[in-house]
Design a protein around this ligand. Structure first.
Ligand SMILES: [Zn+2]
Length: 107
């Protein structure tokens, strides 16, 4: 397994996730009443806000997992499915470095 390649990918994904979190955080800033054009658009803004907040929490979980993966990448157990203890294919790790299960155990 090419750990260096996977490590680089994890670092790249962490940077990307952090940027996306910052962006989402700027969108979820409190909605000020003076910004609303009317009642409908304010309702829209509130709806969008909850969608954005859901996306934000998903990203934060992903970021946490990526950081764990980065800590674990040098451990012998990295890339081993936590469920069936078989190696996770490198292709999957490169696509989803935060994965700790193989495709069949994750589904
Ligand atoms: Zn498995």
């Amino acid at each position: 397994m090419n750990r260096l390649k996977i490590k680089g990918k994890i670092q790249f994904e962490i940077e990307k996730a952090m940027e996306e979190i910052l962006e989402l955080k700027s969108i979820t800033a409190p909605i000020s009443p003076e910004n609303s054009v009317g009642r409908i658009s304010r309702m829209d803004a509130i709806n969008n806000k909850s969608v954005t907040e859901a996306a934000l929490s998903t990203k934060q979980v992903k970021l946490r997992k990526l950081k764990e993966a980065l800590n674990n990448v040098d451990n012998p157990g990295f890339g081993i499915c936590t469920s069936c203890h078989k190696p996770i294919p490198v292709g999957r790790l490169l696509l989803m470095p935060e994965a700790d299960k193989c495709v069949s155990c994750a589904s």
